[in-house]
Design a protein. Structure first.
Length: 191
């Protein structure tokens, strides 16, 4: 910012000189344009640098999640993390659905195996929750807090239910040596 102040001082000096020596007007006008262009370029550079810093800081959160999940932060895995966690709402998905979303959006293609492995690593690290809706279908949830779900069998979509909205009057005793980690209910709905 000191550079901008310095450029303003030079600009002011040229204006004074321009007033004193009107016959040298073209020379001063060219210098005025030159200084103004320098200021515009400097402002653009500072703005672009700030944008890149913000982008890097945003990526750092995804890189940290990947590393704590035991994964090397490649461009493809960062893209997967952005698609999962850069959202304002909870995201319920199957790996196949995530594959369609990722490979439809951009030019960079991500293999299905990379998506499976990344989702599995995020689940093991506790960043995602796996929800079994049937023997053959796993859904994943970016909301890892305890809560319940409606499962629409027609649309194959999950909807969150607040944990306190479901009241259970009797819960069975777990087998010897085991304890209940969490209790979540899936309520199947249809039209």
């Amino acid at each position: 910012m000191a550079v901008l102040h310095y450029l303003d001082q030079i600009n002011y000096h040229f204006h004074i000189q321009l007033a004193r020596h009107s016959h040298k007007m073209i020379f001063f006008f060219i210098n005025f344009i030159f200084i103004t262009l320098l200021k515009i370029n400097l402002i653009y550079y500072l703005f672009k640098t700030n944008l890149n810093k913000n982008k890097m800081n945003n990526n750092q959160a995804f890189i940290d999640k990947l590393r704590t999940s035991g994964l090397r932060p490649t461009k493809q895995r960062i893209l997967i993390a952005k698609n999962l966690f850069e959202r304002s709402k909870t995201f319920h998905f199957t790996v196949e659905k995530l594959n369609k979303v990722i490979n439809k959006k951009g030019s960079a293609k991500v293999s299905l195996a990379t998506i499976y492995n990344t989702v599995e690593a995020f689940t093991k690290a506790g960043y995602l929750k796996e929800i079994l809706t049937s023997k053959s279908k796993s859904y994943y949830d970016t909301n890892i807090k305890s809560h319940h779900h409606f499962y629409d069998e027609g649309t194959k979509e999950l909807t969150d239910i607040d944990y306190n909205q479901v009241k259970l009057s009797k819960v069975p005793v777990p087998p010897k040596g085991k304890k209940i980690k969490n209790l979540e209910v899936i309520i199947r709905i249809q039209k």
